[in-house]
Design a protein around this ligand. Sequence first.
Ligand code: GSH
Length: 232
Amino acid sequence: MSETPAVRVIGLWSSPFVIRVLIALKLKGVEYEFVEEVVGKKSELLLKSNPVHKKIPVLLHHGKPISESLVIVQYIDEVWSSDGPAILPADRYARAVERFWAQYIDGVFPPAILTLKGTDDGDKDEAAGKLSAALQLLEEAFVKLSHGKHYFGGDSVGYLDIALGSYVGLVKAVEKIAGVSLLDEAKVPNLAVWADRLCAHPAVVDAIPDADKFVEFSVKYGSFSKPINAPK
Ligand SMILES: N[C@@H](CCC(=O)N[C@@H](CS)C(=O)NCC(=O)O)C(=O)O
């Protein structure tokens, strides 16, 4: 009888929240099994593992479930603290600042992206304006926090790189779907370069699909939370 792997991720490739977990595990060099959900059909394992929110991702570590992507990323950083680079900074203030921005990002990006994708009703111009304003603030934050290095985390990919980077593929997809320009070198030069560099990073390259794959998925299925045409 084959043993259940120590680390399992319940998710779907198209979810930015799942992407975070995959990047964190890859950074730490942790082997895992990906337990893929089907759009529109929540598995028994998901419902049992995240009975409160019933959302992906869930990390199962020796069978014990952990939910909420940012909580999971912090857990991975703590459990595999001596493997790979530290994800959160050592300095307590720097940690608080990164957590602040991650929370800010999750307040702004999901609703704006769903509107721009057409999955949610709402004013597309307003959504694009909110995303642009947020990216402008994050451009300034990047300049302050990166200290002239390649990532928010300095020399290596850190918590905020993961928190924001998980949306890069989707932002590029909604640029195509809604015909807007967001991660534009003319508007946010540092973030535009950061996004390309991050997507090419070995721990990230396989986790963030390209924009066309997101566009195709969005047109076909909507999203995991609001499926329009789930496979039977
Ligand atoms: N705050 C959660 C958000 C997770 C989330 O919204 N996941 C979506 C997929 S992208 C989901 O499972 N939606 C199912 C639902 O809303 O019922 C996290 O960071 O993990």
